[in-house]
Design a protein around this ligand. Sequence first.
Ligand code: NAP
Length: 676
Amino acid sequence: MTRPSGRSTVVLLRGSGDDDFAFLGPTLARNRCVVNVDLSVTSKRSSDEWTRELAEAGDDCCVIAVGAHADEAVRATLDARGVVTRLVLIEPEFDGAASETGALPVLVLASGERGLGDVRGTLRERPARILSVIEDFLDDAKPPSRRSSRPPAAVSRPPVGDVDLQARPLRDHSTSAVEVDTVIVGAGFAGLGAGIRLARRGDKSFVILERAGDVGGTWRDNTYPGVACDIPSHLYSFSFLPKPDWSNFFASGREIHDYLRDAVRSEGLEGHLRLRSEVLEMRWLADELRWRVTTSSGEYLCRTLIVAAGRLSDARMPDVPGLDSFAGPVMHSSTWDDSVELRGRRVGVVGTGASAAQLIPRLADVAAGVVVFQRSAPYVVPRPDREYTLDEQRRFTDDPSAHEALRDELFWGAETAFAERMRVPGFIDRLRDRALGHLEAQLDEPSLRAAATPDYEIGCKRVIISNDYYPALASPSVTLEPSALRSISDRVATSAGGASFELDVLVFATGFESTRPPFAARTYGADGIRLSDAWADGMRAHASTTVHGFPNMFVLDGPNASLGHNSAVVMIEAQIDYVLAALDHRDAVSVDALDVSLEAQDAYTHEIDAKAASTVWLTGGCDSWYVDERSRRLTLLWPDFAYAFQRRLSRFDAENYAVIEAPRMAPALQSSIPSP
Ligand code: NAP
């Protein structure tokens, strides 16, 4: 057996029926060589056999065993002294197993320890939790800072009441640029999260630029009927700003928007907000070692630029011939117009993604008819929504540890889904069965069922979570047209399949410009290079956050920082931690700017590509907005567990950054921002 250099070996001792390793084997194999030793073939190996078997695995290997196999694992380790350097025993069935192995580092995972609860149960239901503990042990790493980095509590402030979230003019922008330490672009989850963290550490010199008239990002923009989040509410909120009284397991768009508006008030961010300030250009001034940010309401100079412009912020509209001639209203799902009358109208919906699946059932309730133009069928799984009781809300309020435990459970539960995206046998099969079972249970009519059956592997596109999508398709008011919208002529919409429909209103639920973010065309780094040119082949970054040639710029929720299986907020928080650590480092070494090296960025990109290669996103036989159209690289999603991202970004890796010093001393920044 040969072992790729630089990768340690994990030997899994398994017997018949040890299904627990169905998860651990392939997931450990992302970063290590994994050797399965089947103990059911030879129940007791001789000392020689063990030495030979383990020596073949390599001279730096870890042995992992579950339950009764702990006995054999200890024996193997003792027999092959020097070969095995670490031992992991999961729920060993005899006491004192670890003590027999002398000075060898041993990790014993037993029920009730390390917050793992019932270990066997955790291995079945939340296996990523066990995996993360094993990986920390193997890498000698500190556990990811999911709790320890909890930032200081917010300074208590007087209630601000119903403050209108308006921009306050700072000074006459026509005469000079405003200087601040940090400009944050975007007032969605990421931008507000960064603002809160800066404010909590006492930074006053920052502004949050927002082109719209309110905060909230995607949750401000998307007000279509039925808009909600398909990530559990308690996980889709900041760990440092818990909301114990979410009304439902899944929150409505409105409730999330209110949460973000409340955050602005409770954290005193109003004074930092510059609403209706669209960023027109961001340019690195090499002589001044500053970013110049030109907006529709004035100009800013800053040392640090945090771009949190979002990936679901610019609507994607297909180029449909004749669309201009359509006689009725046309809306994108993210620019919903409540004044458009839908009752009794014939409505065409283009698209069958997460947005369409939420709004189609609502349209079906009021419209005279709904025609759904489906280019490809989505997979749909049941939506386990429910209201939280008052008792539960009180408990989460009164007992923060109960609330943390809930978040933990939700986080590790969601992590299991990455094994599905890795196509781990068993895991992806169960998910597919759940979706196809849901389809069969909800759609009786064979031709409709056939039209709604996806022709690619599950998970390749975002899996829809809905109980009312299929019933809506089956309702008499809805027609599923299984092809794209091809053309429009006056009120008649014709599909690629050749069917024509007379319509009064057209709704495009066709997604967003996520792989080519429009802000990149407005961003100029060192030597005037435009970010969209640097990304001509698709987005890339180091640590999913910094881009070579764009000093002191940090992109949140950008390249490979999204998730298809867990909460985006978790990722944003990990990135904010990384940014703050970078700023601390920059201050500590007293340099003006940090620019990530091209080598580090290339190495990170290589790592991403290698991890993505076998995931369902690249092998599942679909086209999705997770994949860049030009390079076919997975540029949107992080192709690993969310905990691995937290771990990866838990340390600022200064060694990968070049420092830039001013040729002459730049004048000290004087904050011109009034304290809130
Ligand atoms: P999306 O997932 O990109 O879906 C766009 C839909 O439009 C797809 O069905 C696509 O078909 C279709 N489409 C695009 N161009 C078309 C054309 N020319 N003709 C016919 N169909 C066309 O967009 P989305 O539904 O707005 O969702 C975007 C993302 O927002 C989601 O993935 C999710 O991350 C987020 N979101 C989340 C929630 C939530 O509950 N958390 C809710 C809504 C949105 P193909 O599939 O064939 O490309």
